[in-house]
Design a protein. Structure first.
Ligand code: MG
Length: 249
């Protein structure tokens, strides 16, 4: 028997098996299957195009405008912006979104400054502060060693990242962050914040519990607050940022 005849016979057998399987699906089975179908709510339609924010995103940086941002003291943001990217202006201070957010999906691209003269925590340090309080670290850790719970991808001094997928300084990298804000009952904590973080598409934090504000010295703690801005850190390094958007969840 030639190979072609064997393949034809196999196809016929497969087809007849499939037809008999279909024939065994009764009306009772169809009706039973419908009992576990849920048709509403219908998920809202979101348009996506490669390289563009989803259609329902709040765009925080797409062109040469810092309109969505301000300094921590409420004055205009003083970082530089051009060519669709903004650059930390060392000494100008942190900047934060004018808009306040609770639960979000955040996309942010960053490019660590090339600082061959610096080491440890001084090397291209910045950070994404969710609700202005909970830092996901930005640092050049391509080869730079520092404490593991303070390297890029860490929830600063709370959670060591699961991996180090960082690229060399001077290359664009990206965070995708899913943040669940803490809930408070008056002044008391009702449920802590949680965060999932992907760095360059690699999972580095998997729904970890945030223990409170991310402190350089001392233990984290919670103090009741509402929705709050997203803050980006000026730690003295001219890191760049671009293509920042959030989806409110
Ligand atoms: Mg930092």
């Amino acid at each position: 028997m030639t190979l072609k005849i064997k393949q034809t016979l196999a196809s016929v057998l497969l087809l007849s098996f499939s037809l008999s399987a279909v024939a065994q699906v009764t009306q009772d089975m169809v009706e039973a299957s419908r009992k576990t179908e849920v048709w509403e709510p219908v998920p809202p339609k979101v348009e996506t195009l490669p390289g563009n924010p989803p259609s329902d995103a709040v765009v925080l940086l797409s062109g040469d405008s810092l309109d969505a941002w301000e300094s921590g003291n409420g004055e205009a943001a003083k970082w530089d912006v051009n060519a669709y990217a903004m650059t930390v202006k060392p000494g100008a201070g942190d900047i934060q979104t004018k808009q306040e957010f609770c639960d979000v999906q955040l996309h942010l691209e960053f490019n660590p400054a090339i600082e061959n003269d610096k080491t440890d925590q001084a090397k291209a340090n910045s950070g994404v502060f969710l609700q202005g309080r909970y830092e996901v670290q930005i640092l050049d850790n391509y080869t730079n060693k520092t404490y593991a719970n303070g390297q890029v991808g860490a929830v600063y001094k709370q959670h060591i990242p699961l991996a180090n997928p960082s690229r060399p300084a001077g290359e664009w990298q990206y965070y995708d962050i899913i943040f669940t804000a803490p809930k408070f009952d008056g002044e008391a904590l009702k449920s802590p914040a949680y965060v999932t973080v992907l760095l360059n598409g690699v999972l580095v934090q998997n729904h970890v519990e945030i223990q409170g504000t991310t402190e350089w010295i001392g233990a984290p703690s919670y103090k009741a607050h509402g929705c709050a801005p997203i803050k980006l850190q000026d730690h003295g390094s001219p890191n760049r940022f671009r293509n920042i958007w959030v989806r409110e969840l």
